[in-house]
Design a protein around this ligand. Structure first.
Ligand SMILES: *Cc1c(COP(=O)(O)O)cnc(C)c1O
Length: 385
């Protein structure tokens, strides 16, 4: 008999495929689907997620960095792929050679891309990014005409092909936020200005998961879905997303290392921030902030043990934390503990709320010494891949 692993992230690729198909069905025909796999697939494993997303019909993949794009190409992915975060001086030529679409937010960035295209010996595929109100990437409204003019010029020289126009929302998870209307209108204006300048790229895109689901007018030609692909609610508390059958892809589990009974009044973990109010049974979970378990979960989050929720007691340490199993609880060391996953266990969203953050951060930061295991549940007994 082999012991269950100390700590695992079980990634259900069937759930990922289900979510991608569900999102495709929601946004409808005529809207292309980009699955966003940056940051190691939001902590789920970029290559495995990318492959499963393509299998489920993702037309595009989206990443932040050139390294991420290069890793996908080296693994054999040859489909449409957009990378949108670079710094001055980075060599974009390999990305041009590999048919990676690049984003340009400024004339300086566009010039670097055009230079890379010259060196690569073929036109670069470029999405011009307009800042419609996030004040992060993108050209401001004041800078947009100059970026368009530079793109028209570089296109005439055959150094770039403008394949997309795009922007990103600031508050799409709050559909009633006034920024959404303002940003969508600014985007329409920016697209119109590009068309007047003679640019007619096929792919205009603005929506992330929340906007794709909650704001149909923002879908344009393509939606960029990250968090919803991983089965997490992109707009917690909004009825439009809670009704969907999104399935959590990641389960973070561990094996209870030790179980013990303590007397009333005993302090638990560093600083004794929790004192047992009664004689009770504690369980030791062998993961901690060194594995990306937020220390902020101390005395706040819950885990699932044998179908029941059990509270974290005291501080989360580097390698371990303590949960209260309860007075007289019969659970033994070696039992399975689910930090978060699918119902009835706590969700990544539950952990996010306990830790005053968002589910994105919970799944993306978890890692460390957790071992990741990809499973395909339609195969008998959840084969690893
Ligand atoms: C991460 C990211 C997305 C995906 O957002 P979700 O809310 O996870 O769907 C889309 N577009 C850009 C520019 C991003 O950085």
């Amino acid at each position: 008999m082999s012991a269950p692993p100390r700590a695992e992230l079980v990634v259900d690729l069937d759930a990922l495929r289900h979510n991608v198909r569900l999102l495709r069905a929601e946004v409808g025909e005529g809207v292309a689907m980009m699955t966003v796999v940056k940051a190691d697939g939001y902590g789920h494993g970029m290559l495995e997620v990318a492959r499963a997303a393509r299998e489920a019909g993702a037309d595009w993949l989206g990443v932040a960095t050139l390294d991420e794009a290069a890793t996908l190409r080296a693994a054999g992915d040859s489909g449409p792929l957009l990378a949108w975060l670079t710094t001055p001086g980075e060599d974009r030529a390999p990305a041009v050679v590999a048919d990676v679409d690049l984003s340009a937010s400024s004339t300086g960035e566009l010039a670097e891309i055009a230079d890379a295209a010259t060196r690569a010996g073929k036109p670069a595929r470029v999405h011009l990014k307009v800042d419609t109100g996030l004040s992060r990437g993108g050209a401001t409204g004041a800078e947009w005409p100059a970026l368009l003019a530079a793109a028209v010029h570089a296109a005439r020289e055959g150094r770039v092909e403008v394949t997309g126009l795009w922007s990103h929302f600031a508050a799409s998870d709050e559909p009633a936020h006034r920024a959404n209307d303002v940003q969508e209108q600014r985007f329409r204006d920016a697209v119109a200005a590009a068309e007047s300048a003679g640019l007619h790229p096929r792919v205009r895109h603005l929506a992330n998961s929340a906007a794709a689901l909650l704001r149909p007018t923002s879908r344009f030609d393509l939606v960029r879905c990250g968090i919803a692909s991983y089965g997490l609610d992109p707009a917690p508390g909004q009825p439009g997303t809670a009704r969907l059958d999104l399935r959590p892809v990641m389960t973070a589990r561990a094996t209870l290392a030790l179980v013990k009974e303590v007397a009333a009044g005993e302090g638990v973990s560093y600083g004794h921030t929790w004192l047992a109010p009664h004689r009770t049974v504690l369980g030791l979970v062998p993961v901690g902030y060194g594995d990306g378990v937020p220390r902020h979960a101390s005395n706040r989050a819950e885990v699932g043990v044998a179908g029941a929720r059990r509270p974290v007691r005291g501080r989360v340490c580097m390698d371990q934390f303590v949960v209260e199993l309860g007075p007289g609880d019969p659970t033994a060391a070696g039992a399975d503990v689910t930090l978060f996953g699918a119902a009835p266990h706590p969700s990544a969203q539950d952990w996010a709320e306990a830790c005053e953050t968002i589910s994105y951060e919970i799944v993306t930061r978890i890692g460390g010494r957790f071992v990741r295991r990809h499973v395909n549940r339609h195969d008998q007994g959840a084969r690893s891949s």
